[in-house]
Design a protein around this ligand. Structure first.
Ligand code: SF4
Ligand code: SF4
Length: 304
């Protein structure tokens, strides 16, 4: 089962939930309840799960993206490459093709259409991926190089590298980037369940709604919510979840001790073991929601 943990808004405690769920599940696994566990930190612009989990890294590799390089000697300035580019990353200047590398999505269409074979792919390093293990679970993360714009190729490479775990029998926890754009979609794609971590404030609600649109409406995935810092703000998140039939699976109270544990780089369930049960129950609730959704889809199929 692949569980992507996302948030919409940054700073809601997404990594905190992902790490505590993973550590709680690993001890659950040791008691023979669940299959092997893998943790993927797909927040490649600011990967920080490793700060908490302290994995032993045993492999690293570069992530490269292929950008078009124009051979000005051969280019006739016909403009076909600029016409085919969906991202407006190619222009004709002084009768020669020019690539705006920062907005190029490296799709390769321009190279395919060029009648003069004047476009050649050149590799450019955009980041790295790392893999290792910790507490008996597999761990992998990615890092986007400074100055590179799109995290998507790094996330795709990370998922490709961990294909075995993603297609296997075990549980994979994916820590997604914050926001509601392409990197988040890439982190949710292929998941079985999306757990959205929010805080009970108007900002939290606003960004939760954006994340729900991606996960539930666009990708048609089952979702559940964790409310972190419960007790601050207002009741907007709870009312929204209730009226949209989105289950709230865990509420973590606003508590100075929890904040101190987190800011000290420690893992809550290891310091206050009662929370381990809470996170194990969270996993059980996720399984229940998935079963209910499956039963509902089967029922719908039988009527269609
Ligand atoms: S399609 Fe090829 S020849 Fe035409 S402008 Fe682009 S690079 Fe030059
Ligand atoms: S590779 Fe794709 S996105 Fe980049 S310039 Fe060519 S057509 Fe545009």
């Amino acid at each position: 089962m692949i569980i992507t943990i996302a948030s919409g808004k940054g700073g809601t405690g997404k990594t905190f939930v992902a790490v505590n769920l993973a550590v709680s599940l690993f001890s659950y696994e040791q008691s023979g309840e669940i299959q092997p566990l893998t943790f993927l930190d797909c927040d490649v612009e600011a990967p920080n799960a490793a700060l908490f989990l302290q994995p032993k890294i045993y492999r690293k590799k570069n992530v490269e993206q292929y950008f078009p390089l124009i051979d000005f000697e051969t280019c006739t300035g016909c403009g076909k490459c600029a016409q085919v580019c969906q991202y407006h990353a190619m222009a004709i200047i002084n009768q020669k093709a020019f690539v705006f590398k920062d907005i190029c999505h490296a799709c390769g269409s321009c190279g395919l259409i060029c009648p003069e074979q004047a476009i050649h792919d050149t590799p450019d390093k955009v980041g790295i991926v790392e893999r290792g293990s910790v507490r008996g679970m597999e761990f992998a993360n990615g890092m986007l190089d400074i100055g590179k714009l799109s995290p998507v190729p790094v996330i795709q490479e990370l998922k490709k590298w961990m294909q075995g775990a993603l297609q296997g029998e075990g549980t994979v926890i994916i820590d997604a980037p914050p926001g509601a754009s392409c990197p988040v979609v890439e982190s949710m794609r292929g998941a079985d369940f999306v757990l959205l971590v929010t805080e009970p404030t108007p900002f939290g609600l606003h960004d939760l709604k954006a994340a729900v649109i991606i996960a539930k409406d666009e990708l048609n995935l089952p979702v559940g919510v964790v409310i972190n810092r419960d007790g601050i703000g207002d009741t907007g998140v709870k009312e929204y979840c209730q009226s949209n039939k989105i289950p709230i699976l865990l509420k973590i109270p606003f508590d100075r001790k929890i904040a101190e544990i987190y800011s000290g780089g420690k893992i809550l369930v290891e310091i206050i073991p009662e929370y381990k049960i809470e996170f194990q129950n969270l996993f059980i609730k996720i399984q229940r929601v998935m079963k209910r959704q499956q039963a509902f889809s089967n029922e719908e199929d039988s009527y269609s």
